[in-house]
Ligand binder design. Structure first.
Ligand SMILES: Cc1cc2nc3c(=O)[nH]c(=O)nc-3n(C[C@H](O)[C@H](O)[C@H](O)COP(=O)(O)O)c2cc1C
Length: 171
């Protein structure tokens, strides 16, 4: 098959009893990857998330969506301050570790700001946020943060598409 071959689309109605196809369709949306961090009672907490989106310029607002099914959900749900780190192409180890373990930052370089929020170096961008709203969204919630501080660097992006990691190179 080449780029000009017709492809037969798969057509279906979402079936909550069998979510595979819907999950695959959602995964057709190529994204960057972030790690969200907040302070925890037993040290820095982290979670890998690709549900991040910028929302508003004035005021500066961003969002991400934690799953209610995650064991980390209760902790991130109530965090008054958090940081969203946009990962660079060479941070796939960090990305994988933070998806597996809420305490993965024990093994990775980071600082902690005056509010106890973990700050990871070497990212493409970091948004330090205040929790300003939370919206119910089925089995997830949408957390909206107002951005207080930003750090930004040059580099290639870590990308996620159809369940696999890749890179988006700066031209
Ligand atoms: C690329 C990628 C993106 C993810 N995005 C999200 C997300 O946006 N929201 C979420 O709740 N979990 C997301 N996850 C899953 C979490 O990182 C983590 O694996 C999950 O919360 C594990 O649940 P636990 O806390 O019960 O161990 C993502 C994982 C990967 C690898």
């Amino acid at each position: 098959m080449n780029a000009f071959s017709p492809k037969t689309p798969v057509v279906f109605e979402p079936d909550t009893a069998n979510p595979r196809q819907l999950r695959d369709a959602f995964a057709k949306f190529a994204t960057g990857v972030t790690v969200v961090t907040c302070a925890g009672e037993n040290g820095p907490l982290c979670i890998t998330a690709n549900s991040f989106s910028s929302i508003s310029m004035d005021p500066p607002l961003v969002m991400w969506a934690p799953s209610k099914g995650s064991r980390r959900f209760p902790l991130f749900r109530v965090a008054e301050r958090f940081a969203i780190h946009v990962l660079s192409a060479d941070q796939s180890d960090l990305c994988w570790a933070c998806s597996q373990d809420a305490h993965a930052l024990r093994e990775f370089d980071h600082l902690v700001d005056e509010a106890g929020v973990p700050l990871i170096p070497g990212c493409l961008a970091r948004f330090v946020c205040r929790h300003v709203a939370c919206h119910e969204a089925g089995d997830h919630v949408i957390i909206v943060g107002e951005v207080d501080k930003v750090e930004m660097s040059e580099g290639d992006a870590l990308a996620f598409y159809a369940g696999k990691f890749g890179q988006f190179a700066q031209q």
